[in-house]
Design a binder for this molecule. Structure first.
Ligand code: GDP
Length: 140
C-alpha cells in the first residue's frame, strides 16, 4: 500500500472540550503521523471556501457557522493508505451510525458537530492540505 497524506481538522466541538490530545492519540495509535499541525480560528470566508463543495446543501450555512464558532486544529496526517485509514478511525459522518471505538462514536455531539474532518480522496486531500499548509510547513 502507498504512503499518503490526508488533511484532518479537529473541529470546534472537540477543541472546546479539550479533546485535541485524545484525538491525536487515536491517530498515532492507528499508525498516522502528524506531519503538520496548527491551531487557528477560521474566518467566515475560509470556512465557506473550504466547504464550497457543499454550497448547495441545506446545511451549508449552519456548517460554516459551526466551523467558525471556535478554534480548530488543522493537520496533515501521513501513513500507509492514510486517507482510508483516517476515515476508518474517524467513523461515519453521523455518530449514531459510527462504529464502536471510532472518534465520532466516542466524541461527536451530532451529525454536524462531529469532532473531526478528513479528506475523502487523493485529489481532495492534496487540495485541502494546500489550502492550509505550504510545503515547508510539512515535515515527514
Ligand atoms: P464527512 O466527509 O464525513 O465529514 O461528511 P460530508 O462531507 O458529507 O459533510 C461534511 C460535514 O458537514 C460533516 O462532517 C458534518 O459536519 C456536516 N454535515 C453533514 N451532513 C449533515 C447534515 O445532514 N446536517 C448538518 N447540520 N450537518 C451535516
Amino acid at each position: 500500500m502507498a504512503m499518503q497524506r490526508t488533511l484532518s481538522i479537529i473541529k470546534p466541538d472537540a477543541t472546546r472540550r479539550n479533546l485535541t490530545g485524545e484525538i491525536n492519540a487515536r491517530f498515532e495509535k492507528a499508525g498516522l503521523r502528524i506531519v503538520a499541525q496548527r491551531r487557528i480560528q477560521l474566518s467566515r470566508a475560509q470556512a465557506e471556501a473550504f466547504y464550497a463543495v457543499h454550497k448547495e446543501r441545506p446545511f451549508y450555512n449552519d456548517l460554516c457557522n459551526f466551523m467558525t464558532s471556535g478554534p480548530v486544529v488543522v493537520q496533515a496526517l501521513e501513513g500507509e493508505d492514510a486517507i482510508a485509514q483516517n476515515r476508518k478511525v474517524m467513523g461515519a459522518t453521523n455518530p449514531a451510525e459510527a462504529e464502536a471505538g471510532t472518534i465520532r462514536k466516542d466524541f461527536a455531539e451530532s451529525i454536524e458537530a462531529n469532532s473531526v474532518h478528513g479528506s475523502d480522496a487523493p485529489e481532495t486531500a492534496a487540495q485541502e492540505i494546500a489550502f492550509f499548509f505550504a510545503g515547508v510547513d510539512i515535515v515527514g
